[in-house]
Design a protein around this ligand. Structure first.
Ligand SMILES: *Cc1c(COP(=O)(O)O)cnc(C)c1O
Length: 368
């Protein structure tokens, strides 16, 4: 018997409704290249996310690569090591040098106070991450970017639907990227998107994700292939109808976790931020081993033994992987907060169909 409680569970559309859409696609014989469902999903997502222009992709990594291409980023790009590895890989794939800056403990996002010291004449961009969907300090980051003439590309893979005072975080910086991977709050099986602020840039992105084709015979840039197909766009339309309910179900899980963990010594977690619409994409807890009485890894392994599969997002830090650890900015002394947090974190299971029994099983292991 499989009684695993996994860290997440994908949001799945109603199969009958999906079948109906598949019939439409079969009948149309149009399965990719900006088809009817692709157009519908772009429009629906722009409206839902309150953004003017969005371009769909096959996953959440290609919009990162494409954003750097589109903005012609060169030289050095400032980012944090506390993220999924794709963030830094996208900088590397563009032939740029990642420069790691430490995070702050209260958001797990880049610490704006440490950015200026990392800027050199070669710096051209900052790539912050809205880690766990918690908005980073966007005003402070933009002020630095403006002062030094840098581009800002947000990796907003975790920040689907996140708003500050009614405004989407995706409208900040030069561009923001989204991931619609199965493990995210909103998925299209695999998928992703790039959010931009004007029509001309949207057109350029659409060329770049289709080999650079600007017409039947004209190629205007060295593009790539990262278009979303009709099947996934249809699936995405159906999931969009139920994503608000899924976010609310996650919210209820967060409320229960917080209530149970509030007075447990040695456990830190995040409360909602004032004015922010959260998406409850993850529920990280941070273990202070001395106060809690055991280390993060002890708890992690005890949970695993009982088939409760938390995940150590984000451990190890990207800066420790072989490609990056030789960089001067990868030294642990440069990244004290990220290093500490990476050793303290476990993401508890968090999804829209986590039952009360599941939650109790998890809490029995965590609350001592
Ligand atoms: C998931 C994720 C990505 C990559 O998205 P894919 O859709 O898996 O390619 C990039 N950045 C962050 C922070 C992520 O969590």
């Amino acid at each position: 018997m499989n009684n695993n409680i996994t860290v997440t569970s994908p949001l799945l559309p109603n199969l009958d409704e999906f079948n109906e859409m598949l019939r439409e696609i079969w009948a149309s014989k149009w399965i990719t290249n900006n088809g009817a469902f692709h157009k519908r999903l772009e429009a629906a997502l722009a409206e839902y996310l309150k953004v003017p222009y969005i371009s769909l992709f096959t996953n959440g990594t290609l919009p990162l690569l494409t954003a750097l291409q589109a903005l012609r980023i060169t030289g050095e790009v400032i980012t944090t090591p506390y993220s999924f590895v794709a963030t830094t890989h996208s900088i590397w794939w563009n032939g740029c040098k990642p420069v790691f800056v430490d995070i702050e403990e209260d958001t797990c996002g880049i610490d704006p106070n440490k950015i200026e010291a990392a800027i050199t004449p070669k710096t051209t961009a900052i790539m912050p991450v809205h880690c766990y969907g918690k908005p980073v300090k966007m005003d402070a980051i933009q002020a630095i970017a403006d002062k030094y003439g840098l581009k800002v590309i947000y990796d907003a893979a975790h920040a689907f639907g996140v708003e500050v005072n009614g405004e989407s975080v995706l409208n900040r910086g030069d561009m923001s990227t989204l991931s619609f991977h199965a493990t995210k709050v909103y998925n299209t099986l695999e998928g992703g998107a790039l959010v931009v602020h004007d029509e001309k840039t949207k057109r350029r992105i659409d060329y770049l994700k289709n080999f650079g084709f600007a017409g039947e015979t004209e190629v205007v840039a060295p593009g790539i292939n990262s278009k979303m197909d009709e099947v996934r766009a249809a699936y995405g339309l159906l999931n969009l109808k139920q994503v608000d309910a899924a976010i609310e179900a996650r919210h209820q899980v967060a409320i229960k976790y917080r209530e149970a963990l509030r007075d447990v010594p040695g456990i830190r977690f995040f409360d909602d931020m004032p004015g922010v619409r959260h998406n409850y994409s993850y529920f990280p807890i941070f273990i202070n081993a001395e106060e809690y009485g055991k280390t993060r890894d002890q708890l992690y392994l005890e949970m695993k033994e009982k088939n409760v599969l938390g995940r150590r997002y984000f451990f190890p830090l990207i800066s420790t992987f072989s490609t990056y650890r030789g960089l001067p900015s990868a030294a642990p002394e440069n990244l004290p907060v990220a290093t500490k947090v990476a050793n303290e974190v476990i993401c508890l299971p968090m999804h829209h169909i986590l039952s009360d029994d599941d939650i109790n099983r998890i809490l029995e292991l965590v609350v001592k």
